[in-house]
Design a protein around this ligand. Structure first.
Ligand SMILES: Nc1nc2c(ncn2[C@@H]2O[C@H](COP(=O)(O)OP(=O)(O)OP(=O)(O)O)[C@@H](O)[C@H]2O)c(=O)[nH]1
Length: 408
């Protein structure tokens, strides 16, 4: 079943010469392979030029230093130099490896040079046939090129071989037939091998692309989930109306600070902040304006605090603040600054004289207290004492049962 699926997926992918039917995909594959092809072409050209030129020694041994040897030397030198020049050019500019002109020119020079060596080598029939077989295999497997061009150049090699032999007529008909059969077999072998290699390469490339695509999708899903988690965490910890910490999150943060201040033996002050006569404001201007005022006062309170201070919505129109590292005096200064800033808030929707104010109760977590509740209770009592005294003021709870008020 799985094999069937693979076949179905692979069938429309490649054309008869083992390239992607999708030309954009084929182009992408060729671009990906460029560096590797350029390197392989360089190595192949160096090897071809070296081996082709090295045959000069065999030529000399066969022919001596006569005119035929000099002609062969000239051909071998020219072909070797052409191959080396292209190898250098490709090394400097790898893009040349995929250009039609340079590679095919090298094929033309190499194959023509090889064909010219045949009539200059009388009586070495077996060697000619072997050379043609090796050349055919080299064209298929050593020099990277598109299958179509490879077939063209092998046809040129085979036809050229037959023509040259026909003119020079050194081969017996039996030898010629054997040579052409061997050449045909080398072509078949090269074609099948190259086709398999091409198909394998492209199948791997397609799988790689599929994997990259899956990875991308997976990554974007992970990112989406992370964002969602962040949003959920934000929603779960933030009061939606005011944007400050909700009651639960405030207590989480404040408990952590309480532990820290206990460990480091530093003070922790608590402020309870309540908007004055908020019911009247609500009744007079409506609930929507009341909401807006709540959010504005929360932002105003947060703006007078340090980053290390914690503010949360305690409930209704009441806020709670924890001031780590602040003693009563510092907390009172901060609370007073907060009260004064709220009193100067300008809210056009409340009319000319808005009369917006808050009352603040301040307390300090006592050394022996291991939770926030007693200090909160004292701050709350101080706050209600401030309300009773006429509102718009800061009241400090300096002892569980006695409060000192600071007139606004
Ligand atoms: N707009 C709005 N109003 C709220 C919200 N939560 C509580 N309230 C209102 O806040 C008002 C609080 O009124 P009270 O507790 O009587 O206090 P107050 O009018 O501020 O009077 P003092 O505290 O004595 O100055 C109530 O009318 C609540 O309905 C809210 O989220 N939005």
């Amino acid at each position: 079943m799985a094999a069937g699926n693979n076949k179905a997926r692979e069938a429309p992918l490649l054309d008869w010469h083992s390239e992607f039917q999708d030309s954009a995909l084929e182009e992408l594959h060729r671009r990906t392979m460029l560096a590797q092809d350029a390197q392989q072409l360089c190595y192949a050209l160096w090897a071809i030029s070296g081996i082709f030129f090295a045959f000069t020694l065999a030529d000399f041994a066969l022919l001596g230093a006569g005119s035929e040897f000099l002609a062969l030397l000239a051909i071998r030198t020219f072909v070797a130099l052409c191959c080396m020049a292209l190898a250098l050019a490709v090394k400097l500019q790898p893009a040349l490896a995929h250009r039609r002109m340079p590679v095919n020119l090298a094929y033309f020079v190499g194959i023509t040079g090889l064909l010219f060596t045949i009539p200059l080598h009388p009586g070495t029939d077996g060697l000619h046939i072997a050379t043609m077989v090796v050349a055919t295999t080299t064209i298929y497997l050593l020099v990277p090129n598109r299958l179509l061009w490879i077939l063209v150049w092998n046809a040129y090699l085979a036809i050229g071989f037959a023509v040259v032999l026909g003119f020079s007529s050194y081969l017996s008909p039996g030898m010629l037939a054997s040579g052409l059969l061997l050449l045909g077999f080398a072509n078949l072998l090269g074609w099948v091998t190259l086709t398999r290699l091409n198909r394998l390469q492209r199948r791997q490339f397609a799988l790689l692309l599929e994997e990259q695509d899956n990875n991308r999708k997976l990554q974007s899903e992970i990112d989406e989930r992370r964002l969602l988690e962040q949003q959920l965490r934000f929603l779960a910890s933030t009061d939606h109306l005011t944007g400050i910490a909700n009651r639960r999150h405030f207590f989480e943060l404040a408990a952590r600070e309480l532990n820290r201040t206990k460990r480091e033996d530093t003070p922790l002050a608590i402020c309870m902040v309540d908007i004055d006569l908020f019911k009247e404001l609500n009744d007079h201007h409506g609930h929507a304006v009341g909401d807006l005022v709540l959010a504005t006062v929360a932002t105003c309170c947060a703006s007078v605090l340090r980053d290390t201070d914690i503010i949360g919505r305690y409930g209704g129109e009441e806020f709670i603040i924890a001031l780590p590292g602040s003693d009563v005096a510092t907390a009172t200064v901060i609370a007073e600054r907060l009260r004064a800033k709220v009193a100067t808030l300008s809210l056009p929707m409340l009319g000319e004289t808005p009369m917006l104010s808050v009352t603040v109760g301040v307390s300090l977590v006592a050394e022996e207290e291991m939770t926030l509740e007693p200090a909160m209770l004292r701050a709350d009592e101080a706050l209600y004492e401030g309300k009773a005294q006429g509102r718009n003021r800061v009241v400090v709870a300096d002892a569980p049962s006695s409060h000192a008020a600071i007139e606004a």
